[in-house]
Design a protein. Structure first.
Length: 274
């Protein structure tokens, strides 16, 4: 039965669902994809919040049900798939923990120089675009049922925007730099300690071909390498080594090679890492 998958080209977790679709033997007739522009805050539109009250991607509508988190979306795609793959293990839950959040990694800044660079880049544009959308929808009569959601998001995103655009008070910035430093250390531990504990010497966590865990871990790793400064599959391991001051563990390097050789990875990331 037809499914509708909501994605966005810049979204790390939507990419996990897109990798799953590409690997699982679905045809174009099985799944309709719709883009929700996160930079313009389309995920905050009342019509989208009616579908997914969290306002996040990926979101999947299938068989009269709505799946609103990445693990639920990928789980539903795996369950119904023409191609059967290995089921998720504990690493899927681990990689989704807040302390390893690949979205925060995009905004994190450990000092004033990093803050200024990111504030003037995609991260700053993203926060500003969202704030404008939240203001618009909060003032729209159709947004009335989501008033509490908009107020919380306006405060949270506005705080992030003030740090990003440099107008936040010094102590708020200092707190953000400390949080970012801790996040960078947690990501390093994931890359150099946790992943080597679960990645095979070759192939995927799910075996010779990607399994359910791999859709999550592959998308997470791609985003993290981007935040290390990678521009493509080819320069990513050097970027990782430079960012963290140590060569990539052998299993992480092999895993990156395995994923980037897949047509599915090229389909999802060919036009740019995200
Ligand atoms: N833990 C959630 C996170 C999903 C998430 O944060 N998705 C991002 C895109 S990668 C999003 O939709 N962000 C919009 C927002 O938070 O406003 C999940 O796995 O579903
Ligand atoms: C910076 O962010 C704050 C908080 O959202 C906002 O009120 C202000 O207009 C922004 N200033 C600039 C120069 O973008």
């Amino acid at each position: 039965m037809a499914k509708t998958l909501y994605i966005f080209a810049g979204s790390v977790w939507a990419a996990a669902a897109e990798l799953a679709v590409a690997e699982l033997g679905y045809t174009d007739a099985d799944i309709e994809t719709k883009s929700v522009n996160l930079v313009q805050g389309e995920n905050f539109a009342p019509a989208f919040l009616k579908l997914n009250p969290l306002g996040t991607l990926p979101t999947l509508e299938a068989d009269g049900k709505v799946y609103t988190s990445t693990t639920a979306v990928v789980g539903a795609l795996v369950k119904d798939a023409p191609t059967k793959v290995a089921a998720a293990t504990a690493i899927t839950e681990t990689i989704h923990e807040d302390k390893y959040d690949p979205n925060f990694a995009m905004f994190a800044a450990r000092n004033e120089a990093e803050r200024a660079a990111k504030g003037n880049g995609i991260a700053g544009a993203f926060l500003a675009g969202r704030q404008g959308a939240l203001e618009k929808y909060a003032a729209d009569p159709e947004g009335a049922p989501f008033k509490a959601f908009y107020e919380a998001k306006l405060a949270q995103n506005g705080g992030g925007l003030a740090i990003s655009n440099g107008t936040a008070p010094e102590e708020a910035k200092a707190g953000f730099f400390a949080m970012s430093t801790a996040h960078f250390a947690a990501i390093k531990a994931a890359l150099y300690e946790i992943l080597p504990g679960v990645l095979p010497a070759s192939g995927f966590i799910g075996g010779a071909t990607p399994g359910e865990d791999d859709f999550h871990v592959g998308a997470w790793l791609t985003r993290i390498l981007l935040t290390c400064g990678a521009k493509s599959a080819d320069d990513a391991l050097a970027a990782l080594a430079a960012a963290h001051g140590a060569p990539a563990p052998a299993s992480v390097a092999a895993y990156w090679g395995a994923w980037t050789a897949r047509p599915s990875w090229t389909k999802v990331y060919g036009s740019g890492l995200h």
